[in-house]
Design a protein around this ligand. Sequence first.
Ligand code: HEM
Ligand code: SF4
Ligand code: SF4
Length: 702
Amino acid sequence: MHRILLGALQKTGRVIFEYLRRVLDRGFGPELNPMNHLGALTIYFFWIVTVSGIWLFLFFKTSVSGAYQSVEYLTHQQWYLGGVMRSLHRYASDGAIITLALHMIREFSFDRYRGNRWFSWITGIPLLWMVIPLGITGYWLVWDQLGWYVALTSAELLDWLPIFSDSMARNFLSADVLSNRFFTLMAFVHLIGLPLFLVFGIWLHVLRINGPRINPPRALMAGSLAAMTLLSFVYPALSQGEVDMTQVPQSLGLDWYYLLVYPLVKAWSPAWVWGLLFGVSLWLFMAPWLPPQRSKSAAMVDLDNCNGCARCSDDCPFGAITMMERSDGLAYEKEAVVDPSLCLSCGLCVGSCPTATPFRRHTALLPGIDMPDLSAAALRETILKVSQGLSGNHRILVFGCEGQKQTAKLKSRLNDKATATVDIICVAQLPPAFLDFILNRDLADGVVLAGCGGGECLYRFGELWTSLRVERQRDPRLRKRVDTQKIALTWQDPWSGLSDVSSVVAALRKSLPETPAAGHVTDENISLPPVRGTSWKLPLTLTAYALFVIFVGWFSVWPRHQLLKQNQAMVSLSFSHAGHRVGDCRKLSQEELNKLPPNMRKIDDCPRERLPVRIIFRLNGKILYEVSRPPTGLWSDGESNIYQRMVIPAGKQKLFIGMIDSNREQGFDYSFEQELDFLPGQHIVVEFNNTLQSFVLIGGSS
Ligand code: HEM
Ligand code: SF4
Ligand code: SF4
């Protein structure tokens, strides 16, 4: 079941990403296509957040009373710079969530999270747990009505965890109890704590990746910054009114990127929200090890054939090869050593090894590094066998990446004997010497290398390394005697089946000379798939930027979240009260006292545990809330915490609150009854004053 669901999810994801990439390719082109730079764009957006954040910090007052005013000053008085910085700070944070989510879903869809790739996946999950609280604490600090809502809801969530003995939410219910204490803590968490962890987390996340792309191309950086700056001028980020804790706003513009689950805290309960968050995180943590598992053998080094040239180590996309001191006494300085726990069995190292040459006649084909599951020798045999079946004037051999759709689709269409396909792990597994071998031994008249395009290479550098080797720009280079006109490279959608390699085969066949001339040398460009028209480039690119920033801006406040209906008010019960001891005190006898050490002698022996405190809240005679709260503390000897927010109709309402802190069966130890006239949106806090031993109302009544 899991397998089927996973397969369906991944397939859907791949097709969507391929369509998206195709569309964006027409505007941005493959180099600048944002889909290929999602991780790097996330980092870039964090840079914008950092720089704009520093500006905001210079003017920000880290106190309850100063925060709102200082942000208002930046937004309105200094709108041309501070206001823009504030908007950039918000929109870049939102943009980062979009690219981060796409990055994560993309890695999942293209199956780049299993096997030895688990490290990047697993280290990505804590980043989510850092980035989201970073945004949440940011909203808290502004201390407008949204900041109040965020503080209160976050505190309600945290109160469910067994961290604090006292209720944290109580600190945000009325101005009397509000202090700078939490505010300073939030400022520290938002400005120093989380950013430091995030930097460390990102470093760890890309640690195992060879040459991680942490910076997007400059044009993409400039374009994104320009689009976000424009958004900041057109639709500046604003605060949502000063906090008045006696008044609850009817609705708030929520930033759905960071506060998506917040409405659920009230609609469900904190327990369910934590369940959802922990459940999803647990699944993410387990995902790399859930079935289906594919185990492949790691690359193996054959020291007798390794000359220590380090090309494999340079080309390995996952840093799985280290060059070490020679251990076998041969006259080379270094030898390649593969770490099987990092190797993804992609075969790119075989493609880079100069000793992987099929021309050997007298010795077995044993390269310095090889793939046990598809060795260079086995590949040579397959090529020889397949080429024997080729006939006709323009025989073409097509190499494709295993398990993907390009060659599979072609195979199903093949009805001529002039084309054959060979699947290899990744087209970059094929050393350039094999192309020379095929063309100069007249095994075929042309070769098509059909790899996965547009950054979709499962092994990151397959497309790049193959192109550079065939273009003779990276070792091992294709020999000059090979006519590159007989080779077509095509990078197509690997999964969706949208691609059509047959058109590339047909184009290559058409371009081949009537009588193939083996050994013809040319430095002309390699044939590539036809370049699409460019007239749509600019409008498409601008539309993509516009749609992105509209998406960013829209969900940063819309749709609004309704807290109260037009004719509703709110009552919060919030206090701590200690129940009676579970039993009466007993006088110790002289004999019992004598047995005790002198410093522990006391006349009374009182039980430590306390009774729970029971509360009933009635509105016009109807029970709205009823609870029995256990005592806090390890020994159940602390106070019981009572906290509940309730929405009630506005207008004249008869409130009754009864409390039992003893083991009485009937009646109440304390009660309060009064008719109050609630204005729409009015917020009243009911506390129990332990000194006065009575209930008090904060927030006034009319
Ligand atoms: C702050 C958030 C994140 C940032 C800035 C970030 C950035 C990056 C970068 C720059 C790369 C290297 C890309 C390359 O060069 O090919 C990468 C790789 C990766 N990321 Fe993230 N990432 C983040 C969050 C996540 C999350 C939440 C997940 C999934 C749970 C994730 C999963 C991966 C995986 C699996 C790879 C490795 C891809 C491969 O092996 O080809 N990342 N990330
Ligand atoms: S590329 Fe081949 S010869 Fe060079 S170090 Fe790697 S295994 Fe050895
Ligand atoms: S097979 Fe791929 S991951 Fe493994 S060592 Fe070779 S290049 Fe690196």
